[in-house]
Design a protein around this ligand. Structure first.
Ligand code: ATP
Ligand code: MG
Length: 257
């Protein structure tokens, strides 16, 4: 449903963050981007949404074609939700209003200042119910836990009726139980509604548990692209380098203990 065609990204100053990459992300599939700090995970996610305009090649979206003019980018963004590590909600605003912000791309800012139709409130409330937060709708967003806030981010994506979810380290600041809850929700929603997700993660354990497909990045290049059960120690060495694998193994033992 979305592809990168010979996409590459070099930042001002000459950092080649992403080498020429052609990847196709299938509908309904959860792809995890795995790789060390600086590998290019965020850059790829930002290019997929044109938050960063690629310096070479293009993003190609089913039904829209190449994202080579602003009208197409705008339509693509309307169908695409982004979930970040944190700070994605308006803190002093209710959970329901934060969820309704998913409709912004459908109405524009001016229309969104007026009360939204009952059907949209119902959609937002249904979305909150899907992530288990119906009873928190009227609380302020900053009164929720980190995991609950990420679930509001997912509810907002559902309210947006997004077809593509791009999540940049969505569980980086959560404990293991909240992390699993958020990732399990994301995967469950992709399966039941046929949404596509591309998620960057630092945890190999969660990648094995929740990914349908894993793309390993190192130094801006794709060095692995396969199912999670194909991740071996050799693959991890290739993605993270020799030294890091020892640390990852220690983490793995600690998690298993
Ligand atoms: N705005 C920018 N300007 C210049 N260079 C940048 C910019 N953003 C990222 N980079 C560089 O591009 C490379 C890839 O960065 P990116 O943020 O995509 O990595 P990442 O895999 O997301 O890392 P992390 O796991 O730390 O989030 C790095 O070398 C980084 O320093
Ligand atoms: Mg990043």
């Amino acid at each position: 449903m979305i592809q990168t065609d010979q996409l590459a990204m070099t930042y001002d100053g000459g950092v080649e963050a992403l080498q020429t990459t052609s990847l196709a992300f299938k509908q309904g599939e959860v792809t995890v981007l795995l790789g060390p700090s600086g590998a290019g995970k965020s850059t790829l996610l930002h290019c997929l949404n044109h938050l960063r305009k690629p310096t070479h090649g293009a993003v190609v979206v089913d039904g829209l074609g190449r994202l080579n003019h602003t009208g197409r980018v705008r339509r693509h963004r309307r169908n695409t939700a982004m979930i970040f590590q944190q700070h994605q909600l308006l803190p002093r605003v209710s959970v329901l209003r934060n969820t309704l912000l998913g409709r912004l791309g459908h109405h524009g800012l001016w229309r969104s200042l007026w009360p939204l139709p009952a059907s949209e409130r119902r959609l937002a409330l249904d979305s909150l119910a899907r992530v288990g937060l119906a009873d928190k709708a009227l609380m302020r967003a900053d009164q929720l836990s980190g995991g609950q806030q990420q679930r509001v981010g997912i509810a907002r994506a559902l309210t947006q009726q997004a077809e593509l979810i791009l999540a940049d380290e969505p569980v980086a600041s959560l404990d293991p139980s909240a992390s699993r809850q958020v990732l399990s929700l994301l995967r469950g929603i992709c399966r039941e509604r046929g949404l596509t997700a591309v998620i960057s993660l630092h945890q190999v354990e969660y990648t094995r548990e929740f990914a349908d497909r894993v793309v390993g990045l190192a130094g801006g290049a794709v060095v692995f692209d396969d199912r999670p059960d194909a991740i071996t120690d050799d693959v991890l060495r290739h993605v993270y380098g020799d030294e890091a694998v020892g640390e990852l193994a220690t983490d793995h033992e600690a998690a298993a203990a």
